[in-house]
Design a protein around this ligand. Structure first.
Ligand code: URA
Length: 434
């Protein structure tokens, strides 16, 4: 077999056999097939697509390119969740301890922010001392002892995806539905999940700009899960505007803490309860998603989820005093309020543009390995549909320098669209794929 023939076959719209996929991907992982051939192949996949069978094979080959965790001895019903990435999406910080407090273990491997999207690991690391680089033994031990863990993916899990993702990121081949589906599902399979809730984002701040594309991605991931003996459900969630109010690492931790204490913003609370409800349903701790949601709400209101969050922080070396008193979390020296220059209804708060502002303030990274600033970010005071009067606060910018804040101010105003007439609020969800 030759790599070039596999590239040509895909370029011309052919369907690759499982043997060809394995030869190509494992050759890449072993360093026998060079980056430029894999980049050409990824571009061919981007234009020609893959059949569901090809995508399932690609997923399995990537999942088995390294270690595959077996969670069954520590947590046979463990449930996992994955978001396709968004702006202000701090859902894992709330639902992981919430579901664990309801009695279902959660062993979650998360990622870092890239481009305009935030990453759970960067957020958690704004808690002083919090360790996300756990060994597999530490990871499993914490699931057993605490009931939940959020850590970075070790290099030994799905290494093919790590290599391929880095290449896609610099060759314009990230937004390919089969490549995204296989990337996400290979990591979930390697991390040992048997029950997976997928939070598929739709809209201006998501990889999938339209509902149709998001449905296609969701269906493909759910089918891959079933093909490989897992259970999965995908929720199609709005990502036209940021989720909640806070965007930025420590700011999002503060909002997650407020939510766990029953004082979070309505949209983020609703989103978290819905995701947690489906996790409890899929993990058989509730008979229906609605019963799961009710259970999640009860556990949140009882304070048990907040206690579980603190136990997780402590187990991972984080300073519990900093989460009990969030004024101890990193804070930016410059805080500037952006006031409304006019009156009207908010018609758009462009999620990607807000994410880009936050990244430029220093909270995100332009390329892999860049450091992030935990303190900076943006508080978004308005939602689509709000009526706003002149002078009302629209955003609070948290910046290192005055000049950064001024630049952010202009860009944030440009992220808004106004309407003279009332605008309906955006829905939180657009549907479920089972
Ligand atoms: N998240 C992933 O893990 N992989 C992708 O390809 C896109 C989003």
């Amino acid at each position: 077999m030759r790599a070039v023939d596999i590239i040509i076959k895909k370029r011309d719209g052919g369907t690759l056999t499982p043997e060809e996929i394995e030869f190509f991907i494992m050759g890449f992982v072993r360093g026998e097939i060079p980056d430029y051939q894999v980049a050409a192949w990824a571009m061919a996949v981007y234009f020609q697509g893959m059949t569901p069978e090809e995508t399932a094979h690609l997923t399995l080959v990537m999942a088995h390119s390294g270690d595959v965790l077996d969670l069954s001895p520590v947590a046979p019903q463990a449930v996992d969740k994955h978001s396709t990435g968004g702006v202000g999406d701090k859902t894992s910080l709330v639902v992981v301890p919430l579901v664990a407090a309801a009695g279902l273990p959660v062993a979650k491997m998360s990622g870092r922010g890239l481009g305009f999207t935030g990453g759970t690991l960067d957020k958690l690391e704004s808690i002083p001392g919090f360790r996300t680089g756990l060994s597999i033994d530490e990871f499993l031990e914490q699931v057993r002892r605490v009931g939940c863990v959020i850590a970075g993916q070790t290099a030994d899990l799905a290494p093919a995806d790590g290599k391929l993702y880095a290449l896609r990121d610099v060759t314009g081949t990230v937004p390919s539905i089969p490549l995204i589906a296989s990337s996400i599902m290979s990591k979930k399979i390697a991390a040992g999940a048997r029950n997976i809730v997928l939070d598929v984002k739709v809209g201006l701040g998501a990889f999938m700009p339209t509902l149709e594309k998001a449905q296609e991605l969701a269906r493909l991931m759910v089918d891959i899960a079933h093909h490989t003996g897992r259970r999965a459900i995908a929720l199609l969630a709005d990502m036209n505007q940021p989720l909640g109010r806070m965007v930025g690492n420590a700011l999002e931790v503060k909002e997650a803490i407020a939510t766990l204490q029953g004082q979070g913003p309505r949209d983020f609370l609703e989103h978290s309860l819905e995701v947690a409800g489906y996790m409890l349903y899929l993990g058989q701790a509730a008979e229906t998603p609605q019963a799961g949601r009710d259970l999640a709400q009860k556990v949140l209101e009882s304070g048990q989820a907040w206690e579980k969050f603190k136990a997780m922080v402590q187990a991972q070396g984080g300073d519990v005093r900093a989460v009990e008193d969030p004024s101890r979390l990193p804070a930016a020296p410059v805080q500037t309020v952006v006031e409304a220059p006019r009156a009207g209804y908010i018609a758009q708060v462009h999620a990607r543009r807000v994410g880009e502002v936050v990244m430029r303030l220093g909270a995100g990274r332009a390329k892999k390995g860049d450091p992030v600033d935990p303190a900076v970010g943006v508080e978004v005071h308005v939602k689509v549909g709000d009526r706003v009067e002149t002078g009302q606060p629209l955003f609070t910018i948290h910046a290192r320098r005055e000049a950064d804040a001024e630049q952010a101010r202009q860009a944030l105003l440009a992220a808004l669209q106004w309407s003279e007439a009332p605008v309906p609020p955006l829905p939180l969800f657009y549907g479920v794929v089972e």
